[in-house]
Design a protein around this ligand. Structure first.
Ligand code: SAM
Length: 263
């Protein structure tokens, strides 16, 4: 993809900058998002506009959140030829997604995320889940594998349970390092997340749920009875319909929800 001449800065490693250039991948992302009239699209980390401009061409308007001040001016200039771009120059972790949804309804998040921040960004999005209709993110493939894993998998853990309790998680496709400049050291993947209807989530106390999941996996080789000994005894675990001698990696998401609700 030819870049507007104004993008002269080299990629910044500390900001996780790996710019997508593979046209086929870019159009698969746009197709996956499939913007519809009236959608409120918000892109995290537009960089040099690889996804931004095709989304703008398709949808006409877009809000982007970018931290790198050197990218703001060239991005704004180049966007004029494509549509209406609103630029929020801020750390995404300081952006209130709920406030963004106030004019126009739930937002649709898109982003080839900075990989050093991917887990904090996922948890930040979870905090605002009711304001988000869906998310399409490019992440390290290893992270997407963990997000989508189920009980019994070696990579099933805290991230899998926390995300799946609040969202439907669907891995879409893998992306090789060569699709980016500079290429990252790892394979990547695009994932779709759709927040569950709040009425069906079932978690009563979010802080308690997060604590139970954290402690259970904090000592993943221990039985639940031992890993959760600070919070409850074996009888309480059993009363929730969960085996106290099972390990966290064997427990379904719904069982974690029931257990946390019962404590
Ligand atoms: N979307 C572009 C693409 O696909 O070519 C760039 C993706 S690059 C992997 C990640 C982008 O996130 C960069 O533009 C980087 O400057 C931006 N970024 C890094 N940390 C950020 C933060 N805390 N808040 C907002 N944007 C950030």
């Amino acid at each position: 993809m030819t870049r507007p001449a104004a993008f002269t800065e080299p990629a910044k490693k500390h900001l996780g900058q790996h710019f997508l250039h593979e046209r086929g991948i870019i159009s698969k992302i746009v197709q996956a998002v499939d913007p519809q009239p009236g959608d409120r699209l918000v892109e995290i980390g537009p960089g040099q506009g690889a996804i931004t401009f095709p989304l703008l061409d398709r949808h006409g308007e877009l809000t982007v959140i970018e931290f790198d001040r050197d990218l703001i001016f060239p991005l704004t200039e180049a966007a004029r030829a494509h549509g209406t771009l609103e630029v929020i120059h801020r750390d995404v972790l300081a952006v209130d997604f709920t406030a963004l949804s106030h004019n126009g309804g739930p937002i649709r998040l898109v982003g080839n995320l900075p990989y050093n921040l991917s887990t904090p960004i996922l948890f930040h999005a979870l905090d605002h889940a009711p304001a988000i209709r869906d998310m399409h993110f490019m992440l390290q493939k290893e992270v997407v594998d963990r997000m989508a894993a189920g009980p019994g998998s070696k990579v099933y853990g805290r991230l899998s349970v926390m995300l799946q309790a609040y969202c439907h998680v669907t891995p879409l496709f893998n992306v090789p390092p060569g699709a980016f400049r500079p290429p990252p050291k790892v394979d990547s993947a695009v994932v779709r997340m759709v927040p569950r209807d709040p009425a069906t989530i079932g978690v009563r106390d979010h802080a308690k749920f997060a604590e139970v999941v954290r402690d259970a996996f904090g000592q993943r080789r221990k039985t639940l009875r031992n890993a959760l000994s600070q919070q409850c005894d074996a009888a309480a675990i059993e009363a929730a319909g969960v085996r106290p001698d099972a390990r966290a990696e064997q427990i379904e998401v719904a069982d974690f929800v029931r257990l946390a609700n019962s404590l």
